[in-house]
Design a binder for this molecule. Sequence first.
Ligand code: NAP
Length: 492
Amino acid sequence: MIKMPDGKLFIGGEWKNGSGQEIVSIFPVDGSINCTFKGASQEDVLEAIELAKNAQSKDSWLSLKPYERAQYLYSIADGIESNIERISQIQTRDTGKTLSETSALARSASGTFRYYAALLESSDDSLTSQRSDSLTLSVYEPLGLISAITPWNSPIASDAQKVAPALAAGNAVLLKPSSWSPLVSLELAKIIESSGLPKGLFSVLPGAGSEVGSLLVEHPDISKVTFTGSTSTGRELATQAAQKLMPISLELGGKSPAIVFEDADIDVAISGVMFGIFSSTGQSCIAGSRLFIHESIYDEFLERLVNETNKLIVGDPYEKDTQVSSLIHHDHRDKVSAYVDRAIGDGGRILCGGKAPIGAEFEKGAYYLPTIIADVKSSSEIVQEEVFGPVLVVMPFKDEGDVIEQANDSQYGLACGIWTNNFPKAWRVARAINAGTVWINTYKQFSISTPFGGEKSSGIGREKGSDGIRAYMSQKSLYIDLTGKPHQWANL
Ligand code: NAP
């Protein structure tokens, strides 16, 4: 059994006991307690902000050349890579995710730090086209203090996607992980400490969102908030940010369509649809949770999909064959289960799942079976709201126009999957769907070099990609006189 972190918080570069509310980390597979510790209080946040301000404004950070700052990020990437086993074990204990998934998340976090280090070394400021006797340049400055607020579903990957570009840009970062998954962020702090990053530039402040999170948004010294979480919290934070006229980036919820045309390769489509919704036990913002099947193959496709779904291996996250593990928390499992019960009340027909698995090994865990529901109305709660669990709703469609209309009938616009062997059709539909990411004949593929984000209620802004560092910087224009002569009037 892996030794759990000792529950100290990383405040301004020092390990200290928090003075806020108690946090209890549980292993949702059997409900056992991993550890309990005090989270951050508002006083802890104020201390971290003060130390961050001091550290970020020092020459020892601000005047580093990009290639020098990049060395810290390379070192953090190496630190994550050499601790993948420990990081993934801790994440699995804290979230119930399969070990194979948490290892992949840790590897991707390491890749994120490496990518932003390389990008930092190769990002140029620019000389703009000259129109007067001045040399004109466009340069980028760090914003200052960044609050990064993250959810529980992919902790190390969400943390890295924010911390790496924000540090690369020359800022200080205050990270608030979810109270349901705080441990891996504290583990990341150990690695960042070992990289030698100047003290104060990075803090980890787990604690209640309503107390710790809101201060990290409202405080006047915070220059930008980068948030990943639910649409309702994101809306609240955007309102607070508007009052301060502060930039905020929001990566929010989704209810993404998966579309299967009659000419699709059925085996490829079935495996993609199942991976899209049931991997990560459906706790994925991009889960393909609304399935649209062409009416000519509806019955046949659904029968095969249900057969294959029933074969998914539900169980222990440490077993290498497990495909679907427990949900993050018993409270969350009950929320998912209540959604399904209401869908049945609304006339939905359960084709598989619809309950927790039966057996001694599942009794204490937050398990819920992969569930497929048919005969749902497009206006019903189960079709419109994000369940964030292993629950798929299925609907038939007539033609291209009909499916585009149905797929776009949602407040969300995060992702979409299309299965067809007709490329022009895939292209037309991909362009017409309201979504930040569209996969064609695949699903849930990711690349740090490709921007990610949502439309409509799924968010504002993009993470990842070559503009990722710029999102944490402010653009400045410089005019440098080349004449050495006294100023002329009206020279516009
Ligand atoms: P959440 O309840 O909105 O919480 C997200 C984070 O915000 C947590 O750290 C939470 O802290 C904090 N928080 C809550 N209230 C706050 C407030 N008033 N002020 C400041 N911070 C506050 O979301 P979640 O349940 O953790 O995560 C699931 C959601 O995240 C889903 O909707 C999913 O789609 C979305 N998500 C989106 C993406 C994306 O890239 N688009 C990726 C992953 C997840 P506490 O919980 O500790 O109180």
